[in-house]
Write a protein that binds this ligand. Structure first.
Ligand code: P6P
Length: 337
């Protein structure tokens, strides 16, 4: 008998289908097919990120997005790839992309029952120097009786049915949840399949790493300043300071936090009153994944997934990762209240 790990490959599609058969017997299979479309987008982006410098895909696209951020060539390409893959899946009614000012409402003949919010290429400012970047997505099911309208996506993250991200770095790993835990799948570029490599990811209850842009510390409020000081100068002389790790690419920083524990933070401050990260397609999907892996995700003052977004590009402060580390931050905000 040969080694089963070599001959019994658990691909993402097979694993999601198994999950559907075991946990969602009444399912139509539509979500499984939708996730296949998302996989295609991730495979395409992974391929182009890997060879960006070789096919002159680095650099600017000489355009800017709704956020006023200069778009990289790959931003534009990645967005178009995902929009086309999602539309042609026939499973989507509404799409919200970081790259598009308005939501996209899929025409009748292609419309399905899911809404996908996504950042097709997060951290793209890192493309030119080869630092890890990624795709982030969250999925809602349209509300009963709805054929797809803006109210189907302006909802708390607790109503998402699936979420995930894909890292594009030394390898491409797609980490995903459909509400029954978190699994990671690594792309085998030779066979073009995402293979289960990180089953049932669990975040340690406390970590030793913190991730925040220290360059903003002059703008932090009191709670933030006191919290990060406590990590660097622990009151207990027996305790070692935390290590600082910050990639500046949310997917890379969150992936490390998911696997090693610790905390990732993008606080609100006097410069960015609501923080920088977007609620729908950055904060919610990552918060869903972190909670499903046994961690915690907060604005500092409330559970991240309970936030009600006002617009499709609204922003929020976010602290996510090991449960006890996030609880420590919340205690500083409670004391400041
Ligand atoms: P800063 C990338 O532009 C991004 O949206 C996230 O991926 C990342 O966590 C954050 O912004 C980095 O922002 O202000 O620290 O450069």
């Amino acid at each position: 008998m040969s080694d089963p790990s070599k001959t019994n490959l658990i691909t993402l599609t097979r694993h999601v289908f198994q999950d559907q058969v075991e946990h969602y017997k009444e399912a139509s299979g539509d979500l499984t097919l939708l996730l296949t479309a998302i996989q295609l987008g991730c495979k395409f982006v992974a391929s182009n990120v890997r060879k960006a410098s070789l096919i002159s895909m680095t650099g600017l696209a000489n355009s800017s997005n709704v956020q006023g951020e200069e778009q990289k060539k790959l931003d534009v390409i990645a967005n178009e790839i995902f929009v086309n893959a999602l539309r042609s899946s026939n499973k989507v009614a509404v799409m919200v992309s970081e790259e598009d000012e308005e939501a996209i409402f899929v025409e009748d003949q292609y419309r399905g029952k899911y809404c996908v919010v996504f950042d097709p290429l997060d951290g793209s400012s890192n493309i030119d120097c080869g630092v890890s970047i990624g795709t982030i997505f969250g999925i809602y099911k349209v509300k009963d009786g709805s054929t797809g309208q803006i109210s189907d996506v302006l909802r708390p993250g607790s109503e998402m049915v699936a979420a995930g991200y894909c890292t594009y770095g030394s390898c491409s790993t797609l980490v995903m949840t459909t509400g029954k835990g978190v699994n990671g799948y690594t792309l085998d570029t030779e066979i073009g399949e995402f293979i289960l490599t990180h089953p049932d990811i669990q975040i340690p209850s406390r970590g030793k790493i913190y991730a925040v842009n220290e360059g903003n510390s002059k703008y932090w409020d009191g709670a933030c300043t006191k919290y990060f000081h406590s990590l660097k100068f622990p009151e207990d002389p027996k305790k070692s300071p935390y290590s600082a790790r910050y990639v500046g690419s949310m997917v890379a920083d969150v992936h490390r936090t998911m696997l090693y524990g610790g905390i990732f933070c993008y606080p609100a401050d006097s410069k960015s009153k609501n923080g920088k990260l977007r609620i729908l397609y950055e904060c919610f999907p990552m918060a869903f994944l972190v909670e499903q892996a046994g961690g915690r995700a907060s604005t500092g003052r409330m559970r991240m997934l309970d936030v009600q977004p006002e617009t499709i590009h609204s922003r929020s402060p976010i602290f996510l990762g090991s449960k006890e580390d996030v609880e420590d931050v919340e205690a500083y905000y409670k004391a400041q209240a």
